[in-house]
Design a protein around this ligand. Structure first.
Ligand SMILES: N[C@@H](CCC(=O)N[C@@H](CS)C(=O)NCC(=O)O)C(=O)O
Length: 299
């Protein structure tokens, strides 16, 4: 039996039938709705490369730009891509063009124009898998390691929502602090970090001695926790996870990762933001510090 006086707000009892209150408060309430689908007609731009990415530099978006930059660094010219900015705070994910690629209205979304019909790919794990298969890269051939890679890729897709949508949401974004929710998700986040730390004590990378799409999926989320995501490094005592720290730096030091994390990034130092990416030179010519110094002109 719950005591409704302890509910938030005190005395709250869930009604018989839930109804949508458009303004529930909190950082993301204005973009959330209980129905799917497009809210407006808005075709997407299409650039000159076969791969068109529509994304934002969040952990889920960065997984894909890291993979594309890694593929290019390996010499896969077919991985050249245009990356277009989808501003989820402004609701770009509900435009008709975006919804055609991803009916789930969440970044990242990829369209591969080298196939007929155009292949539409959504869910970051599915995009990583698609690219790994297409280019036969960062995905071990040997069955045991291949399975290890898929285990950790699927683990990430199932687990990170408890970190972002659970811990991060209630610790950083909710309109008020709820002890029960923060305790529940802090415990789960620390359990996940302990799991990774234990695994990485005996493994250089997640699938053993090979860097794979599993590392690309896990690093943006759990690496960012090591770097004070949600201002929670102290709260979560992340210094305790020394093997995760070691692995985090190993991945962060890769040049392709440094480039990948700049793409579609709209926060942080201007020289680290590349809002749109259409060519390798953009990392030199079109970072936001340079674009703004030219009065908004992209070269
Ligand atoms: N499981 C999805 C999650 C994608 C996701 O949650 N994307 C967020 C940004 S990180 C988003 O687009 N949110 C917009 C919204 O919820 O309306 C994936 O991995 O691709």
């Amino acid at each position: 039996m719950s005591d409704s006086d302890k509910n938030q707000p005190p005395g709250y009892e869930p009604p018989k039938v839930w109804r949508w209150d458009a303004d529930i408060g909190g950082e993301w309430s204005s973009i959330n709705r209980p129905i799917s689908g497009a809210t407006r007609e808005h075709p997407l731009p299409i650039g000159k490369h076969p791969l068109q990415l529509y994304s934002l530099g969040t952990p889920n978006g960065v997984k894909v730009t890291i993979m594309l930059e890694e593929l290019l660094a390996l010499g896969h010219e077919g991985a050249e891509y245009d990356a277009w900015l989808i501003n989820i705070g402004k609701g770009d994910q509900f435009g008709s063009g975006f919804v055609e690629i991803n009916p789930n209205s969440k970044i990242p979304a990829l369209a591969d124009h080298s196939t007929s019909p155009v292949t539409r790919v959504f869910e970051s794990g599915s995009i990583l898998f698609y690219l790994a298969e297409k280019f036969d890269a960062f995905f071990p051939k040997e069955h045991y390691r291949r399975t290890q890679t898929m285990n950790w890729l699927m683990w990430q897709m199932g687990s990170a929502p408890f970190v972002g949508g659970g811990f991060g949401h209630f610790y950083a974004y909710a309109p008020f602090k709820i002890e029960y929710a923060i305790d529940r998700y802090a415990m789960e986040t620390k359990r996940q970090l302990h799991l990774l730390d234990t695994h990485l004590a005996d493994n250089e990378y997640l699938a053993g001695d090979l860097y794979t799409i599993a590392d690309m999926a896990v690093w943006p989320w759990y690496g960012s926790l090591m770097n004070d995501a949600y201002n929670a490094a102290k709260f979560l005592s992340v210094h305790e996870y020394t093997n995760v720290q070691r692995w985090e730096k190993l991945i962060a030091d890769r040049d392709a990762v440094k480039r990948g994390r700049m793409v579609n990034k709209g926060i942080g130092p201007l020289e680290e933001q590349l809002l749109e990416r259409h060519a390798p030179n953009d990392f030199i010519d079109n970072t936001e510090d340079k674009v703004q110094a030219r009065g908004g002109k992209r070269l």
